[in-house]
Design a protein around this ligand. Structure first.
Ligand SMILES: [Zn+2]
Ligand SMILES: [Zn+2]
Length: 351
């Protein structure tokens, strides 16, 4: 099969031919129909040592954890998580790991915490930048009729956003500020709107991202490259935001989110900063801020995202800025290393 192979940190991905993965008895082999490029993959491709908490990828690793596709082979014991069998031709996405299925974390839908988990696209298990990907029968979720393959590839980033918004304990009518208009910022905006926020404002240094933010559910955008964010926010909403989401994850962004927060405000840190960072605790202490860190998602986040897409109660299609085949994939991946108006780029291996 064809796949985009990791070569070395900082080097472009190489499109090459490799053996297709062999599903074990409890697995499915899925023909990839769409796979999104995630910011995590860009981070991962740059990792040179373990100091940031991530292991460097081995040469020849296949990334990609935002995939969906068609089942082409079913292991003899592969079962759905709630029981029942998979069939060839089923359309699926999957939690991007294969876990033990029996420990308390697995039973609670948090298999990413399972001691025995291997993660698609993170080095331990091949991911979806390929013609085929191996997924666990219990980790796969059926794509409902109303969810096409492009939407199916957005379920993972939507689940990340949903998990972050759950952590905010948002109440109807509250005002939200989302720092960062990348894919996760947009997914957070969509769910804040869904759960009844009155103001859903995204700030970004790239003004070009703000239109997309509005298409995804933001009520306003702030161009942080030339506007005073706090002042502009007060103009829009009449006060500071009740909840601030850090969806950037670079050094300084956490402090910025705390600075934007009002007394007793809530800060949710969803951006993954992989360098040492400094915050000024006294600023958070004197405001008595609640600061929540969030990571990944639970199975229920995938399920709700799928159901709301199926019923057309959410539409995340504005997030997709490009769909490319293998011929253009490596260049598209390189292009995302420089922030731009590009948001979510999908690989369609059959293109
Ligand atoms: Zn992702
Ligand atoms: Zn487990």
């Amino acid at each position: 099969m064809r796949a985009a192979l990791f070569d070395a940190p900082g080097q472009p991905l190489i499109i090459g031919e490799v053996e297709a993965p062999q599903p074990l008895s409890t697995d499915l082999l899925v023909k990839v129909k769409a796979c999104g490029i995630c910011g995590t993959d860009l981070h991962l491709a740059a990792v040179t040592d373990r100091s940031g908490g991530m292991a460097p990828l081995g040469q020849g690793s296949i990334m990609g954890h935002e995939f969906c596709g068609e089942v082409v082979e079913v292991g003899s014991q592969a079962q759905k998580s709630a029981g029942g069998s998979w069939h060839e031709g089923d359309r699926v996405c999957a939690l991007p790991y294969i876990a033990c299925g029996q420990c308390l974390d697995c039973l609670a839908g948090r298999g990413h915490r399972c001691a025995g988990a291997a993660y698609n696209g993170m080095g331990s298990l091949a991911g979806g930048y390929a013609d085929y990907v191996r997924v666990g029968g219990a980790e796969a979720l059926a794509l409902p009729q109303g969810v096409d393959y492009q939407a199916g590839a957005l379920v993972e980033p939507l689940a990340v956003g949903l998990h972050a918004v759950r952590a905010a304990n948002l109440r109807p009518g509250e005002a939200v500020l989302i720092v960062g208009g990348g894919p996760i910022g947009l997914a957070v905006a969509l769910w804040c709107r869904f759960f009844g926020a009155r103001h859903v404002v995204i700030s970004d240094l790239l003004a070009g991202r703000l239109d997309k933010a509005v298409a995804m559910g933001a009520t306003d955008g702030i161009d942080a490259s030339r506007e005073d964010v706090i002042g502009r926010y007060k103009q829009i909403a009449g006060s500071r935001a009740d909840v601030i989401f850090d969806c950037v994850g670079v050094t300084g962004s956490q402090q910025l989110a705390m600075d934007y927060a009002p007394m007793n405000g809530r800060v949710v840190v969803a951006g993954v900063c992989m360098r040492p960072d400094t915050v000024m605790p006294v600023k958070a202490i004197t405001k008595e801020l609640q600061v929540n860190y969030v990571y990944m998602y639970e199975r229920r986040d995938f399920e709700l995202a799928l159901e709301m897409l199926d019923r057309a109660r959410i539409d995340a299609s504005a997030m997709i800025t490009d769909v490319v085949g293998f011929d253009a994939f490596s260049a598209a991946f390189e292009g995302l290393k420089t922030p731009s108006d590009q948001c979510k780029i999908l690989l369609d291996p059959q293109r």
